[in-house]
Design a binder for this molecule. Structure first.
Ligand SMILES: *Cc1c(COP(=O)(O)O)cnc(C)c1O
Length: 389
């Protein structure tokens, strides 16, 4: 696990240019909110991609303490890593790569989510050879990504010669348009999934990601699978008013420059200053997952999305000036009184004052991508969670 620090001065001592503050209390509370919204279904947690970039060990530990007992990861490797932090939990591996992951699944007691008839055949043979081991079965109901077809599901379910070694503990499917409540595919997928669930008597079922939980009780089945909303992100174009931010990203000011009206800033000289300006040069760039597409001007995206990103400090929004570079980004602090900010101070990139999803939108992307791209150059502070359950 990352060391836990609350002492802000450590950043200065240790030479970091940026930091992430991870509010594990917010994470635990967010899971409880999604748990309550999922009721009477149980609520799992999807913590693939290193817990959406936040740190799978911390995330698993926190959610396990909050009462979560079902986790979903992408790869078997991710599952093996979190096993020690979630000892009694079921851990489902969604990117089922067979042949290949049988040993890891047995050793770390992971449940592979079989996603094709080929997977079913390989897994069944492995169970006949090495003994029974639980699996899950994914049915594709309209996403066209992973899963056997509805017809295949019905044929497996009705197959009386189905070997005892093949014992799914969960039937799952995934919504393609859950973040668009009016999309006709939602209802179509719901009906297709219901048919498959009906054929597998006594097997638990799971359909909904974060967005699906909000679609209504009929989408919840036995187990829900929220991811992004646990981490405070929103689904689709909506504003998330249900869960709260977990991550605050901040960068330190390297220096404050004074530049004259008519001068330009950063590569490509894409922005010309319209007034004498004070500019905070901050230690953050695209190498830190602060995308170049957030640039205030001079990237093709600006034809479609007008404004670049902004940061926040001393109670004000600070517009991003010119292009984001690998390690540095310029923010306009002209509107702040002199000496409000100094070299070494932090500006917030996103978190409590700047919504993750607003930044993502400015860069033509989604909160999921921002979080999972953050990279290794941040000092990570975790604010611990109280255990209430
Ligand atoms: C990533 C993922 C989820 C979680 O989705 P969110 O939109 O983050 O809530 C759930 N189910 C599957 C199959 C996934 O791939």
């Amino acid at each position: 696990m990352n060391e836990r620090h609350n002492d802000k001065d450590h950043d200065i001592d240790e030479g970091y240019g940026a930091r992430l503050t991870i509010d594990l209390q917010a994470l635990a509370d967010n899971w409880r909110v999604m748990r309550d919204r999922s009721h009477p279904a149980r609520c799992a947690a999807v913590i693939k991609a290193d817990g959406y970039g936040i740190g799978a060990p911390e995330v698993a530990t926190t959610l396990y303490a909050a009462g979560c007992r079902d986790f979903f990861v992408a790869t078997a490797r991710e599952g093996a890593i979190i096993r020690v932090y979630a000892p009694q939990a079921r851990i489902f591996v969604m990117n089922c790569i067979l042949p290949g992951i049988e040993e890891t699944c047995r050793a770390a007691e992971l449940v592979p989510v079989l996603a094709s008839m080929e997977h079913v055949a390989i897994w069944t043979n492995a169970c006949i050879a090495n003994g029974d081991h639980p699996c899950a079965l994914q049915v594709d109901t309209g996403m066209n990504r992973l899963g056997i077809t509805s017809e295949e599901a019905l044929s497996i379910a009705g197959d009386v010669t189905r070997p005892a070694g093949f014992s799914p503990v969960l039937l799952m499917s995934h919504l393609a348009c859950g973040d668009t409540p009016d999309h006709p595919l939602n209802h179509h997928q719901l009906e297709a999934f219901r048919a498959a669930v009906g054929a597998f008597d006594g097997v638990e079922a799971s359909l909904s990601n974060s967005a699906g939980v909000l679609l209504g009780p009929e989408y919840r089945f036995d187990l829900t699978r929220p991811g992004i909303m646990l981490f405070g992100g929103s689904v689709g174009d909506g504003v998330n008013t249900i869960t709260r931010p977990v991550v605050t990203a901040e960068a330190r000011i390297i220096t404050i420059r004074h530049a004259k009206r008519g001068e330009t800033v950063s590569y490509g000289a894409t922005v010309t200053l319209e007034r004498d300006s004070r500019i905070a040069i901050c230690s953050i760039g695209y190498a830190d997952g602060y995308p170049r597409s957030l640039s205030g001007s001079g990237v093709p995206l600006r034809n479609a999305v007008r404004d670049g990103a902004h940061a926040f400090a001393a109670g004000q929004r600070l517009p991003l000036l010119g292009r984001v570079t690998m390690d540095m980004t310029a923010f306009d602090i002209t509107d702040l009184p002199d000496n409000t900010l100094r070299a070494g101070d932090f500006v917030e990139l996103f978190g409590k004052n700047v919504a993750l999803d607003d930044v993502a939108r400015a860069g033509g992307t989604i909160g999921y991508e921002l979080l999972t791209s953050l990279g290794q150059r941040y000092r990570r502070h975790c604010l611990p969670a109280e255990n209430e359950d």
